[in-house]
Design a protein around this ligand. Structure first.
Ligand SMILES: C[S@@+](CC[C@H](N)C(=O)[O-])C[C@H]1O[C@@H](n2cnc3c(N)ncnc32)[C@H](O)[C@@H]1O
Length: 272
């Protein structure tokens, strides 16, 4: 068990799917289509229940059916869930591995590495190691990387509350706690990945993939508020009394207000 339940991943998936930048996803698929290889292999890091497979399938590309997926996660239950859902339609291999062991990741012969809702959990060291891996893989054949739905640090609510900014800042601090990879990059992850990949000679494109939530997303917004409460209940700078007041206000406005949570997608391809 990783702490990411299948229920939570299912709850957020509908919003994730509509929030991904469709143009960047198309570009990632074009990269695979133009490859001309008889077998297309994609390795999905922190695959969970296989949301990236469904994002490629939903985009309507014919080519998505010919992808062989290598799903990598340290949660065997989530991997089993993904396998059960997709093994009839796709060639799927699952790898119950800790991503920190980058040298052991099954990345040989892949054309694309993907990850969704993962990047903000990782550290500079992890991104450095993955960049090195990518550079080495590119000595054999061209390999790209596509990361989706990385938290960008911005949360906007309507109606507003006087503590919104403080809560956002406290949450962004909390996002930098170690999530199993060393000090997490949190909202800085996409900038850091772009910096490293550009430095390594890749062409990097980024796009906005913010969650835009309203009354229709009541369940997700309620869970999101509960998650913020769990994360910040010991935050002395914010103060429990003030946090409780903010939580109460947000719960009262779940269906009457809106919430925009910043996310970012990134596609990096080798040049030339
Ligand atoms: C927020 S979930 C995203 C899951 C999926 N990509 C999605 O978009 O629904 C993060 C995933 O990363 C996995 N994960 C976190 N740390 C990991 C590690 N050190 N090694 C392997 N997987 C890890 C978790 O088990 C979880 O499935």
């Amino acid at each position: 068990m990783s702490g990411f339940s299948a229920d939570w991943l299912t709850l957020r998936e509908e919003v994730d799917l509509r929030s991904r930048d469709s143009k960047l996803l198309e570009k990632a698929e074009e990269w695979l289509c133009d490859y001309g290889a008889s077998e297309l292999i994609v390795a999905d890091l922190g695959a969970g229940t296989g949301s990236t497979i469904r994002a490629f399938a939903n985009s309507g590309s014919q080519k998505s059916e010919s992808i062989s997926w290598r799903l990598i996660d340290q949660d065997s239950e989530l991997l089993e869930n993904a396998r059960n859902r997709h093994c009839d339609s796709y060639r799927i291999e699952t790898f119950d591995l800790d991503l920190n062991n980058t040298a052991a990741l099954p990345l040989q012969s892949v054309q694309l590495i993907t990850a969704s809702a993962l990047l903000d959990l990782v550290s500079e060291e992890f991104i450095d190691a993955i960049t090195r891996q990518l550079v080495n893989l590119n000595k054999q054949q061209p390999v790209g990387i596509y990361t989706a739905l990385s938290y960008s640090g911005m949360i906007e609510w309507t109606p507003s509350h006087s503590l919104d900014e403080e809560v956002q800042n406290s949450l962004n601090q909390d996002q930098k706690r170690d999530k199993g990879f060393g000090r997490a990059l949190g909202p800085d992850a996409s900038d850091y990945l772009e910096h490293r990949l550009t430095g390594a000679g890749f062409k990097v494109c980024r796009a906005d993939s913010a969650w835009l939530l309203d009354a229709v997303d009541e369940k997700l917004v309620s869970e999101y508020i509960a998650g913020i409460e769990r994360a910040l209940k010991n935050d002395e700078a914010l103060g429990l009394v003030f946090l409780k007041d903010w939580i109460k206000f947000r719960r009262l406005h779940v269906t009457a207000g809106t919430c925009r949570v910043g996310h970012c997608d990134l596609l990096a391809l080798p040049q030339g």
